[in-house]
Design a protein around this ligand. Structure first.
Ligand SMILES: C[S@@+](CC[C@H](N)C(=O)[O-])C[C@H]1O[C@@H](n2cnc3c(N)ncnc32)[C@H](O)[C@@H]1O
Length: 419
C-alpha cells in the first residue's frame, strides 16, 4: 500500500482562526457570546444524520420566546454534539451523552474546545510506521466483500492506523478501557456510569487521532443517496466514482482532512468544563450518576421513522473504534439500547419510560418531526401525561437524507414542557 500520502505544503497553520463570518439572524441578539457561538457552530464539521446544526438558532429563539432561563443543560442524545457545543459556547454548563462511542468520542474532542494536541511528526508517525504488534486485520477481514466498503489498500491503511494509534499513545484510549477490549463505557464497576470527560483527558492524543479518522470516513465515504447495507458509508465503487472522491482511495486524501481539522474555541470558567457519558440513556438516568436538579433537558432521540437505527447507520465507525463487530457479545448493549427508539412499534412505551425518569429537570425541550413515531398530537398527548404545560414551536426544515421530501413531512417541531 502507499506510504504517507503526499500533499503540498505544511500540515498546519491558519486552521483554527475565527475570521469566518456568517450572517447572524438579527432576531436574536441577547448575549455577548451569541454571535460568536453562531459563527463557530456554523463551522462545526457535521453531516451526522439528524443533526441540529441548522436549528440551534431556532432552539435559542424558542427558549428566549418562552423566557426559559438556564445555566446548565443535559443533551441526552447528543449525536454530532452541535447542540452541546453551541451551549458550551454560550457558557452553559453542559452534560452530554450518546450511546455510540464513535459519536461520544467526536463530541469529546469538540467539547474540549482546543486545537488538536498532535504534532506534525506524530501524525506522520501514525501513517508511516509499521505497527509493533501483530495487529488485527478487522477491516480487511470484514469489509472487502459484502459489504464492500474498502479496497484492500484502504482496509490495510485503516487497520494499521488503529494499531499505530495504540502503539504510540497507549493501549487504552478512552475511559481506561483496553484498546482491543470490551464495551465497558457504561462502566458498571459499581453500576455507576463514569463521567468520561476526565478520563479522556488522560488519553487526548489517541482520541484526536481516532476523531480525525472518523471525520475522514464521514467526509469521504458518506456521499449521500440511499444507505448501503443500512450504513451511511457508501458502497466502494459508488464512493470512488463520486465527484467528491474522483477515484482517490481514502488514504490518499487523509492528510487533507487532518490539515483542515478545526475545533471550536471554548473557554470554560475556572473549575468548570463539561461532562460526557457514553451510555444507554435509560441506564444513565437510573444510575444516579447525573447531577440532580438540572435546568434544561434536551431530548433529541431517534424519531422512530426512517434512519432511526443509529447503531446500523454508523456500524463501521463504531466497530472501528472498538475493533470488533457489533455482534460481539461485549457490544450487545449498542444493539439492544439502539433498538429502543428505532421503530414506531413500542416507541410510545420507551418514550414514556424515558420521560418518567426525567422528572427532576425543570424544563424539557424535545425535538420531533412530522415523520416521527406519532403525529404531533400523539407526541403532545404523551408528554401531557407527565406535564400539563406543553408549548409547540414549528421549525420548517428540509431533509437531505430522507425519502419523504413532501412538504407536509418537512417539519421539525420543538416542544417545551415545564414543571
Ligand atoms: C437524532 S440523533 C441526535 C442528533 C443530535 N441532536 C445532533 O444535533 O447531532 C439521536 C441520537 O441518539 C442516539 N441514541 C440512540 N439510542 C440511544 C439510547 N438508547 N441512549 C442514548 N443515545 C441513544 C443515537 O446514537 C443518535 O446519535
Amino acid at each position: 500500500m502507499n506510504r504517507r500520502p503526499q500533499i503540498e505544503g505544511s500540515l498546519f497553520g491558519g486552521d483554527n482562526s475565527s475570521d469566518f463570518k456568517v450572517d447572524v439572524d438579527s432576531y436574536i441578539s441577547d448575549g455577548r457570546f451569541f454571535t460568536e457561538a453562531i459563527n463557530q457552530s456554523k463551522r462545526l464539521p457535521t453531516n451526522y444524520v439528524g443533526n441540529k446544526k441548522r436549528i440551534v438558532i431556532e432552539i435559542m429563539r424558542f427558549l428566549q420566546q418562552e423566557k426559559v432561563e438556564f445555566e446548565n443543560v443535559f443533551d441526552a442524545f447528543s449525536g454530532s454534539g452541535v447542540v452541546s457545543v453551541f451551549m458550551a459556547l454560550l457558557k452553559k454548563r453542559v452534560t452530554s451523552n450518546d450511546l455510540l462511542t464513535s459519536s461520544a468520542l467526536q463530541i469529546s474532542c469538540l467539547l474540549e474546545g482546543k486545537a488538536s494536541p498532535l504534532s506534525q511528526s506524530e501524525w506522520y508517525a501514525i501513517l508511516d510506521r509499521v505497527p509493533k504488534r501483530d495487529y488485527a486485520h478487522f477491516s480487511k477481514e470484514n469489509y472487502l466483500v459484502k459489504p464492500k466498503l474498502f479496497t484492500p489498500d484502504e482496509a490495510d491503511f485503516l487497520d494499521r492506523y488503529r494499531a499505530n494509534v495504540a502503539d504510540l499513545f497507549g493501549d487504552t484510549f478512552w475511559c481506561g478501557q483496553p484498546f482491543n477490549g470490551g464495551y465497558n463505557l457504561i462502566t458498571y464497576a459499581d453500576r455507576k456510569p463514569l463521567d468520561v470527560a476526565e478520563v479522556i483527558r488522560g488519553h487526548p492524543k489517541a482520541n484526536y487521532a481516532l476523531y480525525a479518522m472518523l471525520k475522514h470516513l464521514n467526509d469521504v465515504c458518506f456521499v449521500g443517496g440511499r444507505f448501503y447495507s443500512g450504513q451511511t458509508l457508501a458502497q466502494l465503487e459508488h464512493r470512488l466514482d463520486h465527484s467528491r472522491n474522483h477515484g482517490h482511495e481514502l488514504h490518499k486524501t487523509f492528510l487533507k482532512t487532518v490539515k483542515k481539522l478545526w475545533f471550536p474555541r471554548i473557554e470554560y470558567p475556572a473549575g468548570g468544563g463539561f461532562s460526557l457519558f457514553n451510555s444507554d440513556i435509560m441506564e444513565l438516568l437510573k444510575s444516579g450518576a447525573l447531577p440532580v436538579g438540572g435546568d434544561l433537558l434536551y431530548l433529541d432521540p431517534p424519531y422512530g421513522g426512517d434512519s432511526s437505527d443509529y447503531a446500523s447507520l454508523y456500524r463501521y465507525l463504531e466497530e472501528f473504534v472498538h475493533g470488533k463487530k457489533l455482534e460481539d457479545p461485549s457490544l450487545q448493549v449498542v444493539k439492544t439500547a439502539g433498538d429502543r427508539f428505532k421503530e414506531k412499534n413500542g416507541y410510545d412505551e420507551q418514550f414514556s419510560e424515558l420521560l418518567a425518569l426525567c422528572g427532576h429537570y425543570k424544563h424539557w425541550l424535545i425535538s420531533f418531526n412530522a415523520s416521527s413515531f406519532s403525529g404531533l398530537e400523539g407526541i403532545t398527548e404523551i408528554i401531557k401525561r407527565f406535564r400539563s404545560q406543553v408549548v409547540v414551536y414549528e421549525v420548517p426544515i428540509k431533509y437531505k437524507y430522507r425519502e419523504e421530501r413532501k412538504l407536509s413531512t418537512d417539519r421539525e417541531y420543538l416542544l417545551l414542557a415545564r414543571t
